[in-house]
Design a protein around this ligand. Structure first.
Ligand SMILES: [Zn+2]
Length: 502
């Protein structure tokens, strides 16, 4: 029912069908009711002329009465059809219309709920249609999916987003505001290899889970190697990041956790794949290499599903498959050079903490950020700077509030929002390249990624409206029936997506 994913992405209908439009299309498509609609319309038209008819000859009256009778018959036939359709449609898709009223399916083999959170890095929403993805399609068809994809947080970068998914916090609150940044107080540099707890704020899911006396297992996830509270990244259940570990090995290890005795089995597990982000950066989102990478991710999901089936637990496990962000093609013609702003203001490389796609600038003490913003925007809007109109610079407190990107002193005072597909560089170079990037405004559609939930707590074949990934934390604590830490997600969100649990 509506789960055929052969439709190419660009033609995906923006407006989800509603029960009322479905009813409408039934009436107009079905030949018998279409006919009755026609006759009803004719009768209505003639009825409007009724007055004059009545004052005419008796034969006219007889014709009018028979028309009226016909109308009544046609109307009752139409309403009978409508009733039949409406009752069968609400039966057939009860779970799709009111999932929270339906109950979660009971566990068959497992003794308590288990959530397996899988991330495919840079899996742009729509990649699932690039090729035949039978396993992902199966999860979508039998699970709950975000109809127009999962919305990343700003900036749509890997570390900020992965950590938002597991903390329910926007980057300004969980502290990982970029893939790399400087602590303004200590001058220390954060890189993707920094594991000191001081960087990683908030309470990630593995910590919440362990706090409640359950086990967690992380097969790679940004932040998982960091000791936090009762989470000590135990050797057997916490893998230190190593990109050279084959995907198959990661899947096999996660599957082996399901062979453990019930009391030792982790209740929450993560699994991470670098693809198709890796290829997306090199060749952009439309290259056949992406298709290949997507097919390989699908194959890994197939391997995972098969392993769970062999253990008799596939239907018991809540699999949540997500990506962290999307991807957009970039090319050398879409560049903006800071040095071209020199007639208005000189922005030396030393002020720039990050060029692209998140432009972050911190002028030295004594230079007013507001003044820098004003002069930069003046230059950018002058029409004299190449592609200047595709970059707008803000004091962070003046950024659109929907970005939630101000409340941290780790965020540089000046942030530039770059239009989709454009890049900022310091100066012109001979380098010419096309590839892919992400990190842009999270309202840009190409930055969206996927969300699929499959398992006893998810309705089958259901589509939900797109949502931000900060909602996932509450979704998972709700499935595990544990109290989560305060976060930026909504407490009512899980009820709108999950099946109800007693
Ligand atoms: Zn990423």
């Amino acid at each position: 029912m509506g789960s055929d994913k052969q439709t190419p992405v660009p033609t995906v209908d923006e407006d989800p069908p509603t029960p009322s439009t479905a009813l409408l299309s039934f009436n107009t498509e079905d030949s018998s009711s279409a006919a009755s609609d026609d006759s009803a319309a004719a009768a209505a038209a003639s009825a409007s002329k009724g007055k004059s008819f009545l004052s005419e000859k008796p034969t006219t009256t007889i014709v009018f009465i028979s028309l009226l009778l016909l109308t009544c018959i046609a109307l009752s036939a139409a309403s009978a059809f409508a009733f039949l359709f409406f009752s069968s449609s609400s039966d057939g898709s009860r779970s799709a219309l009111a999932p929270s009223q339906a109950a979660a399916r009971p566990l068959v083999k497992l003794q308590r709920p288990v959530v397996l959170l899988v991330s495919s890095d840079g899996f742009r929403f729509g990649y699932q249609f690039k090729t035949d993805t039978p396993n992902i399609r199966r999860l979508i068809a039998n699970g709950t999916g975000a109809e127009q994809g999962l919305i990343p947080v700003f900036p749509s970068l890997t570390f900020p987003n992965h950590y938002s998914i597991v903390t329910g916090l926007y980057p300004a609150y969980h502290g990982i505001i970029n893939n790399f940044f400087v602590d303004p107080n200590t001058g220390d540099y954060f890189t993707m290899g920094s594991h000191e707890p001081k960087w990683w704020l908030g309470e990630p899911l593995w910590e919440t889970v362990v706090k409640h006396g359950l086990r967690a297992a992380t097969y790679f996830w940004p932040g998982s190697e960091v000791n936090k509270g009762p989470w000590t990244c135990p050797k057997e259940f916490c893998k230190f990041y190593n990109g050279s570990v084959p995907f198959e090995e990661r899947v096999d290890t996660v599957l082996s956790y399901f062979d453990l005795p019930a009391e030792e089995m982790p209740a929450f597990m993560t699994l991470y794949f670098e693809d198709p982000d890796h290829q997306g950066h090199k060749v952009g989102p439309d290259d056949p290499q992406i298709t290949e990478a997507v097919a390989r991710i699908d194959w890994m999901m197939g391997k995972l599903i098969k392993g769970l089936e062999e253990r008799g637990v596939f239907d018991d496990v809540n699999i949540i498959m997500v990506g962290d962000h999307g991807m957009v093609g970039t090319c050398d013609k879409k560049l903006i050079f800071l040095d071209e702003l020199n007639p208005w203001i000189e922005v030396p490389p030393a002020w720039v903490q990050s060029h692209t796609p998140l432009l972050a600038i911190k002028p030295p003490p004594g230079v007013s950020p507001a003044d820098v913003v004003e002069k930069m925007n003046e230059g950018l809007q002058s029409g004299k700077v190449t592609n200047g109109k595709y970059l707008k610079v803000y004091l962070k407190e003046n950024l659109p509030s929907r970005l939630h990107y101000a409340a941290s002193d780790r965020i540089a005072p000046i942030i530039g929002l770059i239009d989709e597909g454009f890049k900022v560089e310091q100066k012109k170079s001979k380098r010419q390249e096309c590839g892919g990037a992400h990190g842009y405004d999270n309202s840009i559609f190409s930055m969206r990624t996927i969300f699929i939930g499959h398992g006893p707590n998810f309705a089958q074949g259901r589509k939900v409206p797109s949502f931000e990934n900060v909602q996932i934390y509450n979704l998972i604590t709700s499935i595990l029936k544990i109290q989560g830490a305060p976060n930026n997600g909504s407490y009512s969100f899980p009820q709108s997506v999950l099946l109800s649990t007693p």
